[in-house]
Design a protein around this ligand. Structure first.
Ligand SMILES: [Zn+2]
Length: 432
């Protein structure tokens, strides 16, 4: 544990700290960010109306478009000269969102990242290969500085060049890898293709996987092949980056570092705050960020929160797995489908590989096609009954998603691999 005094705080002490910080933060945002002053005035509230987290619902939401409206520098509470670093989203879906950090913000983020990396057990003495992209994306530098602060030996390989990643992993006896879960799946496949016996040739213990929603089945596959524990990390570039929440060794949900992030679960349609334990949209209020305070930031991530004590001794509330972003949800002929539900089904069926793609199109009605690769063994099995396999996939999918997509079996290695986030869904309706 990196900061046991904070990580093991009892719920009452944690709440007290949150309330004290919240009051200060509300006043700070109001006094220093014209955007918030205006929003408060429009709603007819003053900072003094927020006395504790019970009053938080009175504060208006902040959404991604608010950040885009403040392009390029974002909602800054400090003069631009105080910013020592910028990160930015890729902007592939519109205007990029830029986030600025003061020196103190970078220190806070590094501490949160050190806690995050240490959470499943990684410690000084471990060797971490950091395969997240270094650059505008927050993953690379976020993990890098957190690991250094923790005292872990960092190998900053960044993304790409899978053969070299594997060679370094073996030669330098890497014990922890940090990357996206889809790249971890790809690494497990590539390791075997390159003739490695991962469990014998590698010394891997911890996989720190984030930046994508992934399924329990994907976790099992990665753990079984690479012989490590696969742990889920959660973050958003708008809230520092990674380091918002992390799984501990018990793999039973992601602890939100709630001395820094106050979480609410809300009804995504009405904005109403839901009682603890109900599934809804995660909304975060940052409690100490200097450069760019965010109050009640809507994430579009749907999840359930547990406030129970964890076996590790931490009370920091746990996200019980993000089932997907509301943005990722597909509506097929009026039925809601999450790609992660499809992944769960596919990964449970033997004879199928790890790579799949979901295509959605609309002629008159919505049409969904799922292309999935056969495993290497199944592809070379002359006795494989492909029709029976197609029928099984179809039936198991109907049982979960209630609609019957068209299934296509592909030969192994026909779907293009990506080094960052995998392209799992192609929705042609959007371009029509
Ligand atoms: Zn725990």
């Amino acid at each position: 544990m990196f900061e046991p005094a904070i990580e093991l705080m009892k719920p009452e002490a944690l709440l007290e700290l949150q309330n004290e910080r919240l009051k200060k933060m509300i006043r700070y945002a109001y006094d220093n960010v014209p955007f918030y002053k205006k929003k408060f005035k429009e709603k007819g509230i003053s900072p003094d109306d927020i006395k504790s987290s019970d009053d938080l619902h009175k504060v208006p939401f902040t959404v991604k478009d608010d950040l885009r409206d403040h392009y390029p520098y974002g909602i800054l509470a400090v003069p631009r000269e105080e910013i020592v670093r910028f990160h930015s989203s890729s902007g592939t879906t519109g205007i990029p969102t830029v986030v600025g950090y003061t020196r103190k913000d970078l220190e806070t983020w590094s501490r949160l990242m050190a806690r995050t990396i240490a959470c499943p057990g990684t410690k000084k003495g471990d060797i971490m290969q950091n395969i997240y992209g270094y650059g505008l994306f927050t993953g690379g530098l976020g993990f890098h500085y957190g690991a250094e602060l923790l005292g872990v030996s960092v190998i900053p390989t960044s993304t790409g060049n899978t053969k070299r990643q594997l060679k370094i992993m073996r030669d330098m006896k890497t014990t922890a890898i940090a990357c996206t879960p889809s790249y971890a799946l790809y690494l497990s496949e590539a390791a075997i293709d390159e003739g490695y016996k991962p469990k014998e040739d590698f010394d891997l213990k911890y996989g720190l996987f984030g930046a994508e929603a992934w399924s329990e089945e994907a976790r099992k596959k990665i753990q079984d092949t690479l012989g490590l524990g696969a742990y889920d990390c959660y973050g958003l570039s708008e809230l520092y980056g990674p380091g918002v929440a992390m799984e501990c060794e018990h793999q039973n949900g992601l602890h939100i570092w709630s001395d820094e992030f106050l979480v609410e679960t809300t009804n995504p349609d009405t904005g109403e705050v839901l009682p603890p334990g109900k599934r809804g949209e995660l909304v975060f209020t940052m409690l100490t960020r200097e450069a760019m305070p965010l109050l009640r930031y809507r994430t579009k991530d749907l999840a359930q929160i547990s406030y129970e004590e964890c076996e590790c001794g931490r009370y920091h509330p746990r996200i019980l797995r993000v089932s997907g972003r509301s943005d990722d949800m597909l509506i097929i002929g009026g039925v809601n489908v999450f790609p992660s539900q499809i992944e769960d089904v596919l990964f449970k069926i033997p004879k199928l590989g790890d790579q799949y793609q979901i295509l959605v199109d609309r002629k008159i009605l919505d049409k969904m096609t799922i292309k999935v690769e056969l495993s290497q063994e199944a592809a070379t099995d002359k006795n494989l009954d492909r029709n029976a396999l197609l029928k099984r996939i179809s039936e198991e999918l109907v049982a979960v998603i209630t609609i019957r997509p068209k299934i296509e079996l592909l030969e192994p290695k026909t779907i293009p691999r990506s080094v960052g986030k995998a392209v799992r869904v192609i929705d042609l309706r959007k371009s029509n």
